[in-house]
Design a protein around this ligand. Structure first.
Ligand SMILES: [Fe+2]
Length: 360
């Protein structure tokens, strides 16, 4: 009988129960390979978190009941400082003040990005933290973090990574010009209110183009294009396909993902698996870029391992295995009672939401 085992819990002598493949489908370890320290170390170099083994007695029991450490203190401290800086940056410009380039530089400094965009914890932390205070600033911070992660997944050099993170943070700066009564309105927006919100794209571009940010044309285009869609149904200029900048195509995914993952004034948060369905559907309809979308979802799915979820029957469980190659596949989860559930096979049972630390 096969059981999954976290890579960091593998021990020499365990036998691999299924071929282990990387994201490109290349076999890294063949079935029946007996592990040694070198092979386990090699696995740590890949973005793989779980391996099937066939010696169930050798597998350590996964402890599920302890939520201590769900929120990483160093990460949270860095996040909160960054949130404060982005808040100050946005509202200084929004009130007609100067754009504080040194402040933005400190946000996208290597040491800050390296903590915030740690592949192992960033996505989990985004979902685990409660979003009190200003939704727009949390969203800007999270889109910036996702931009840093995506840059790594794209193997961008540092200069491009910094640019994409800046663009991610600045996508929503124009919302400082949109009345808060509209931004915080509960329920559906009236057509004129929707137009007012959509103007944040032009506001943001106009606010930035007369600042030193004009030296970063790709960032400005990313801000301007993040609501354009490949089939011309986006805004503000109804651009199509190759007319949309790469940063704009990428930021569309990051913006949608973070917005849907959050509780907003007009909609409840969605589970990542519901979001993947929506993103995949929009790719199939020709609205979103396929190449960037598949890459984003594959890597993001891998990052969701170990996240806690609420199931539709009220149970809580921890994600222990996700197929990265099928972007709409459901995960395998483990309950605190050590019950394993393959949600691809469970009828009428799905992930409702990722849980925050307080909800576990
Ligand atoms: Fe936006």
């Amino acid at each position: 009988m096969l059981r999954s085992c976290d890579v960091d819990k593998l021990r020499p002598g365990m036998k691999v129960g299924r071929d282990v493949k990387d994201f490109d489908g290349k076999v890294i370890l063949k079935q029946d390979t007996v592990l040694n320290a070198k092979k386990i170390n090699n696995l740590l170099g890949y973005n793989i978190f779980t391996v099937y083994i066939d010696e169930i007695k050798e597998e350590p029991v996964v402890k599920l009941g302890n939520t201590h450490g769900m929120l990483d203190s160093e990460y949270m401290e860095c996040y909160q400082k960054t949130y404060k800086k982005i808040h100050d940056l946005f509202y200084t410009v929004g009130q007609g003040g100067d754009f504080d380039i040194p402040l933005l530089d400190s946000v996208v400094a290597n040491e800050n990005i390296d903590i915030l965009c740690d592949n192992k914890i960033a996505v989990r932390q985004i979902h685990n933290m409660s979003r009190t205070d200003d939704y727009t600033i949390h969203h800007a911070t999270n889109v910036g973090i996702l931009a840093g992660l995506f840059s790594k997944w794209l193997r961008y050099p540092r200069a491009n990574m910094r640019e994409l993170v800046m663009a991610g943070i600045l996508t929503e700066i124009g919302k400082t010009k949109v009345p808060k009564t509209i931004l915080n309105k509960k329920g559906k927006l009236e057509p004129d209110e929707l137009l007012a919100v959509q103007r944040h794209v032009d506001y943001g571009y106009d606010m930035l183009k007369f600042t030193p940010m004009k030296e970063f044309p790709n960032v400005l285009l990313g801000v301007l294009h993040h609501h354009e869609r490949m089939d011309g149904t986006g805004y503000p200029n109804h651009l199509k396909g190759r007319q949309i900048s790469d940063y704009g195509k990428i930021l569309a995914f990051l913006d949608i993902y973070d917005a849907m993952a959050a509780n907003r004034s007009y909609a409840s948060r969605k589970s990542p698996f519901d979001i993947f369905e929506i993103l995949n559907s929009d790719i199939q309809k020709g609205k979103l870029d396929q190449r960037f979308g598949i890459l984003f979802m594959r890597h993001l799915r891998a990052s969701l391992k170990d996240c806690w979820v609420g199931l539709s029957d009220g149970q809580t469980a921890k994600i222990i295995l996700i197929d990265p190659n099928n972007v709409t596949a459901q995960p395998i989860v483990q309950t605190p009672q050590n019950k394993f559930i393959d949600l691809n096979k469970a009828e009428n049972l799905k992930v409702e939401a990722l849980l925050t630390a307080e909800e576990i």
